[in-house]
Ligand binder design. Sequence first.
Ligand SMILES: [Zn+2]
Ligand SMILES: [Zn+2]
Length: 490
Amino acid sequence: MKLFYNAIFHTMKSENDTVKAILIENGVIVKTFNEIPEKISAEKIDLQGNHVFPGLIDTHTHAFEGGLYSLSADLGKVCSLQDVFDLIESTEPIGNMLFAYQFDENLIREKRFPTMAELDSILSDIPLLLRRIDGHSCVINSAAAKQIPWEKPLPSNFNGILRRRENDFVANWFHQKVNNTGIMRAYQKAAEIALKNGLTTIHTMIGDGRNDPEHLPFLQKHLAKFPIEFILYPQITDVKTVLNLGLPRIGGCILADGSFGSHTAGLKQPYFDQPENVGCCYQTNEYWENFVQEAHAADLQVFIHAIGDAAIQQVIDAYKNAQLKSPKNLRHAVIHNELTDDAMLDDMAKFGMAAVMQPMFDRLWAGKNGLYEQVLGVERTKSTNRFRSILNRNILLAGSSDWYVTDLNPFAAISAASNMHHGNQSISPYEALQLYTSNAAKLSHDENRLGKIQEAFQADFIVTNTDLTKPFISEQIKLQSVYKKGCVVQ
Ligand SMILES: [Zn+2]
Ligand SMILES: [Zn+2]
């Protein structure tokens, strides 16, 4: 038994609820104390007056890609195409292919993607995948173009740039080519980065929406080898396969639409900067109705990626109709849920839906002249990322990074959620912390096991120098240590 004491233990049962010590046995919190017990036979661990919070949970990551890309070329800070080429040249391949990611053409001098010919001039012998920051567009070299089993012949003027389904198909081909050693390396790297950021659990998306669950069964067998908990999402729509895998959930970033940056998010009104374009709802209403009905009937919790209001509406309607037929507490979730109106949120509340959202999207894109204003205009930008409106309706809201899209950094995200660009959508730091603890646990139906400092809960917790329930500057946070099931892991 271990007694942790001399810290402010924030229980997350309610705001300002704290205890003075916790007793841990076999990885579980067996008792919490309002006064430090004098006589107790346990190993005593002095936490030096710091703050303790439940281990943080990120409810939506692409951890495999995140880990893989952390071992690859990071184009997030390049200023020119020459920088891109230099970085690619100095990066080690993984499993005889090379990955580059976080590319944003708007941030470089030339304001464009590199072409296949340019990529060939620096890397011609092994396949190269260069992905846009939102993951919805990419460029490849001709070594990749030659090896990829294309569904239809490439046009003669193919310049290596791919969008929409072709983009997803190609990214998936690259990921499937990574061998088991590479897969384990990627998840180990992901776990390492998670722990450095106070995360003891991360929800990870696997697969690309087709019916092959990729390396999910392989990972299931090796989960105990990692120092954090991975909650697995089969990003497929085949209900039978998911039931065979023994998982309680289906989906993830299975796409109802694309993204704002690629002008492929499905909108009810045209794009501000492309008045002819309403984006793209990738599937029909009937498609989502049928899929959700089947999964709902099998008691699976459903997760679907939807960004624009037209796509979100499709998903909400499908969830609503499933609930109307047979109400269940499955907590079907809209992932991203970026552009919504009141009526949509009212339905989400009424029919028990959850929202899995990314505070950093607001921080990165909702500012003056930022991406949202460019593509949606100033007025519609005010209807993006409506955290306050969502919590006011008691909709279950969980926080996430969508890593690799944004950094795996919950502290920056908690700070962003309490400092939104449209101030009336800001939530308090305590509420923002709930998105990464108690609410996150509820999303995966783990609210009796994770997300709180409470008796009978798993002893996952972090020790910091900062009170995260009060406004803070994320760069100033010092993470002292991280405990998983009562053992120090960071
Ligand atoms: Zn995602
Ligand atoms: Zn997504």
